[in-house]
Write a protein that binds this ligand. Structure first.
Ligand SMILES: NC(=O)c1ccc[n+]([C@@H]2O[C@H](COP(=O)([O-])OP(=O)(O)OC[C@H]3O[C@@H](n4cnc5c(N)ncnc54)[C@H](O)[C@@H]3O)[C@@H](O)[C@H]2O)c1
Length: 480
C-alpha cells in the first residue's frame, strides 16, 4: 500500500519504517527541514535501538522516503497517518494546533479518496474536528471527495518501539459505521493483517472510544506508579520494605507484576502531558478526575524525593559537596529528556550550591542542551556541572552517587571500584537497583526508595551527618 505519515518524530518514524519493512511504500513528512535533511543522509534524530538499520534498509530498498513537501506527501498515500506532537498547552489541555494543521494540509491538497488515521494521542472528539477541517478545505475548492477519519492510537514504548510496533499486544482501531467507515475498516484489516497472523490482535470500536482508550491506558499506568511511590514513602516511615510489598501484591493475578516499581517519579513525553490533558478535558465536561489529581500531585512530590534525601543527609547548604549522577534520560534506552526526574534533582543540587558530575549512556547531548536551558537563570550553574565520559569517570571524588535512570549498565557495577573512585561510599538509589543488605555489608551507606526495613544508617554515617550541618531534622528522621 502507499502510505504517508505526517510528523516524523518517535511515533511517525517508527510507524513509517515498520510499515515499510512489511513491504508498503511509505512517505514520511515533517516540517523540520533539518530533521528531514538528516534522515535523507541516514541520520536518525533520536536514539531508538535498532531503528537506524531498519530505516537504512528500507530507504535503500526504495520503500521509505522523507520529504518536507506536503503536496508530495498528500499525493503519495492512500492512507494518511497523522503522527504529529500533541504537547501540553499552557492550561494543561492538549495543544491541537499541529494535528489541525496536518488536517488542513490534507484537505488543501487531496484530489482523490483518502483514509486519514489519527495516530497522535488526541482528546475525544478530535476525529470529528479533523473531518470538519478537511471538509471545509474541500468545500473551498468546490470538491466532493469521499474520505474517512479513523482513530488508531499508538501504544509503543520508547526504547522498545520497534519490538512494540512489530509485536503489539493490541491494535485499537476506531471506525464509524458509514460506508466510508466500512471501506476504511476493510483497508486497515489488510494493512494490519501481518500483525494478526498468529492471533487476532485488532480491537475494533467506535472512534471516540478509541481516542479515549489511549488516555485511559496512560492514566492507569501513571496511577500504578504514583500509588507504589506513595506506599514506598509510607513504607520508609513505618519500617516496611517496598520491594517485599511489590512481590507480595504483584503475585496476585488481579494486580499483576508490571508497573509496580517504586522510584523517583515518572517523566517522559507522554504520561505527564496526557494526564494533564485528560484532567483538563474532564474538567471542561463538568467532572473532576480526583484520582488523577492525586496521581499528578504524588508524582510532583516524588520527583523531589531523592533531592530531599540528599538534603537530609548532607544539609540544606550543599556548597562544598560533589555528587555523581548515573542516568539522565527519563527512562533507559532513550535519549528523551522530556520531564525527566533527573532535571528536578539537578536543579535542586545546583540551587543549593553543590557541584555535580553526570553520566548517561546515550542522552549526554540532549541532556547538555536541556540542562543548560534549565540552569540558565542560576549564575555560574553550568560551570558546576561536569558532563562525564563514562560511568567510572563520573564517580571521581564524589561525596555520593545518585542513580536516577535504571540503565542496564548500572545494574551490576564493581562496588569495590566505586569505593575506590568516590570520596565517600554513599549511594542514593532512585530506582531500587541494589540489594541494600549487600551494599551495607560492603561498607556503603545506602538510601533507596521505600527500603528502610533493611536500610539502617551505619554508625559511621552519623559522623558524616553531624559534619553535614543537618538543619532539616524532620525530614532526616523521615528517612530513618
Ligand atoms: N513518544 C512516544 O513514546 C509516544 C507513544 C505513543 C503515542 N505518542 C503520541 O504520538 C504523538 C507524536 O509523539 P512523538 O513523540 O512522535 O512526537 P515528536 O515530537 O517526536 O514528533 C512530532 C513530529 O511532528 C512534526 N510536525 C509537527 N507539525 C507538523 C506538520 N504540520 N506537518 C508535518 N510534521 C509536523 C514535528 O516537527 C515533529 O518532528 C503524540 O500525540 C504523542 O502523545 C507518543
Amino acid at each position: 500500500m502507499n502510505i504517508s505519515i505526517i510528523g516524523t518524530g518517535y511515533v511517525g518514524l517508527v510507524t513509517g519504517t515498520c510499515l515499510a519493512e512489511l513491504g508498503n511504500h511509505v512517505c514520511c513528512l515533517d516540517i523540520d527541514q533539518e530533521k528531514i535533511a538528516g534522515l535523507n543522509r541516514g541520520l536518525i534524530p533520536f536514539h531508538e535501538p535498532g531503528l537506524s538499520q531498519l530505516v537504512e534498509r528500507n530507504r535503500l530498498a526504495g520503500r521509505l522516503f522523507f520529504t518536507t513537501d506536503i503536496k508530495t506527501s498528500v499525493d503519495h498515500g492512500d492512507i494518511q497517518f497523522i503522527a504529529v506532537g500533541t504537547p501540553s498547552a499552557e492550561n494543561g489541555s492538549a495543544d491541537m494546533q499541529y494535528v489541525l494543521a496536518a488536517a488542513r494540509s490534507i484537505g488543501r491538497y487531496m484530489i482523490r479518496h483518502k483514509i486519514i488515521i489519527d495516530k497522535s494521542t488526541v482528546p475525544v472528539g478530535t476525529a470529528e474536528k479533523v473531518r470538519s477541517i478537511i471538509q471545509s478545505e474541500l468545500s473551498q475548492r468546490d470538491l466532493q471527495i469521499p474520505f474517512s477519519v479513523v482513530s488508531n492510537p499508538e501504544f509503543l514504548k520508547e526504547g522498545a518501539a520497534i519490538e512494540d510496533f512489530m509485536h503489539p499486544d493490541r491494535i485499537v482501531i476506531g471506525c464509524d459505521d458509514t460506508e466510508a467507515g466500512k471501506h476504511a475498516r476493510s483497508t486497515l484489516r489488510q494493512l494490519y493483517a501481518p500483525f494478526n497472523r498468529n492471533h487476532e490482535r485488532t480491537f475494533w470500536t467506535d472512534v471516540r472510544s478509541a481516542e479515549f482508550i489511549k488516555y485511559a491506558s496512560n492514566a492507569m499506568l501513571a496511577t500504578r506508579i504514583s500509588f507504589m511511590n506513595e506506599l514506598a514513602n509510607l513504607a520508609e516511615r513505618i519500617g516496611v520494605d517496598i520491594e517485599a510489598v511489590r512481590h507480595g501484591i504483584g503475585s496476585d493475578p488481579r494486580i499483576g507484576k508490571s508497573f509496580l516499581y517504586a522510584g523517583c517519579g515518572y517523566g517522559g513525553s507522554c504520561f505527564p502531558k496526557d494526564i494533564q490533558a485528560l484532567r483538563h478535558a474532564s474538567h471542561e465536561s463538568g467532572q473532576e478526575l480526583l484520582v488523577l489529581a492525586a496521581v499528578e500531585a504524588a508524582n510532583r512530590i516524588q520527583k523531589r524525593v531523592i533531592g530531599e534525601k540528599v538534603v537530609s543527609r548532607f544539609g540544606d547548604d550543599l556548597s562544598g559537596c560533589h555528587f555523581a549522577v548515573w542516568g539522565l534520560a527519563f527512562k533507559p534506552n532513550t535519549d528523551d529528556m522530556r520531564e525527566a526526574p533527573s532535571r528536578v534533582l539537578l536543579l535542586e543540587l545546583i540551587e543549593r550550591g553543590a557541584t555535580v558530575a553526570v553520566y548517561d549512556p546515550v542522552a549526554m547531548k540532549e541532556a547538555h542542551r536541556v540542562i543548560t536551558e534549565d540552569c540558565a537563570e542560576i549564575p555560574g550553574a553550568i560551570n558546576r556541572i561536569r558532563f562525564a565520559t563514562d560511568p567510572v569517570d563520573v564517580l571521581k571524588d564524589a561525596d555520593a552517587l545518585i542513580v536516577v535512570t535504571e540503565w542496564k549498565v548500572f545494574l551490576s557495577p564493581d562496588f569495590d571500584q566505586l569505593k575506590r573512585e568516590m570520596k565517600t561510599p554513599i549511594i542514593f538509589d532512585g530506582r531500587n537497583l541494589y540489594d541494600p543488605t549487600l551494599l551495607i555489608k560492603a561498607g556503603f551507606e545506602y538510601y533507596g526508595i521505600g527500603r528502610t526495613a533493611v536500610n539502617k544508617i551505619p554508625s559511621t554515617a552519623q559522623n558524616h551527618i553531624s559534619r553535614a550541618r543537618i538543619t532539616n531534622q524532620h525530614s532526616y528522621q523521615s528517612i530513618n
